[in-house]
Write a new protein. Structure first.
Length: 226
């Protein structure tokens, strides 16, 4: 049973048009069938058929608003799986020269609802270095020092603990091949950075811009340069 289900899901994700749709949904927003058809470069009818299959496998959910249905991931686990799969792309047997400043999405981006790319990985590793978090299986434990740091960002411990969503998650970064922080804490940190204007969204892209204020505040809080 488990093997059959795995084969079915792998086939669903692996089909090129569906893969493009799922990749597009990694920015954390919901899209209409027409928008996803454009992203996958297929007809509306074909997009509708693909979406029906993804809904049937519970990889996506649909919510109706007015005349339109908006599609998004059924849960955050789907985003983690896709980000991890993407880390397999671009592998080469030849030596890869390390970029000092990766451009665009490799530098700073959204991965569903949390921070990713070089900046996301550096922030995660800085939190570990400060002993604010520490690895535990496929997640992180938040230490007392971590809760104190979060309090300085006006992030309420009790409110987070009352939420049913897992506090943390290690999400393998596809461009850095190292984990970045996901889960509830990852989402709250990204939301906070956007609200404080440390980061700025780019239209029609998952790429994020680190503002001048953001560079200064991130360096002050995490002791890193971005």
């Amino acid at each position: 049973m488990e093997e059959s289900k795995f084969i079915e899901i792998a086939a669903l994700i692996g089909e090129p048009a569906r893969a493009r749709m799922l990749w597009n949904l990694l920015d954390g927003r919901a899209y209409t069938a027409s928008e996803l058809a454009i992203a996958a470069d297929i007809s509306g009818t074909s997009a509708s058929n693909h979406l029906t299959k993804l809904l049937g496998a519970e990889l996506l959910k649909a919510e109706r608003q007015g005349r339109y249905r908006y599609f998004s991931f059924s849960n955050s686990e789907i985003a983690y799986i896709l980000e991890s799969l993407a880390s397999l792309s671009g592998r080469s047997s030849k030596k890869i020269e390390k970029e000092t400043t990766p451009p665009g999405m490799k530098y700073c981006r959204r991965c569903y609802d949390h921070l990713a790319g070089l900046v996301g990985v550096k922030v995660t590793e800085a939190l570990e270095k400060k002993k604010a978090i520490r690895k535990s299986a496929n997640s992180y434990l938040i230490t007392n020092a971590g809760w104190k740091l979060l309090a300085d960002l006006d992030i309420d411990k009790n409110e987070m603990l009352a939420n049913r969503r897992p506090l943390t998650r290690q999400c393998l970064d596809w461009s850095e091949r190292r984990p970045h922080l996901a889960g509830q804490l990852g989402a709250v940190l990204l939301s906070t950075m956007l609200e404080k204007k440390w980061l700025k969204r780019m239209k029609f892209s998952r790429e994020l811009i680190v503002t001048t204020k953001g560079r200064s505040e991130i360096q002050k809080l995490f002791d890193i340069e971005v």
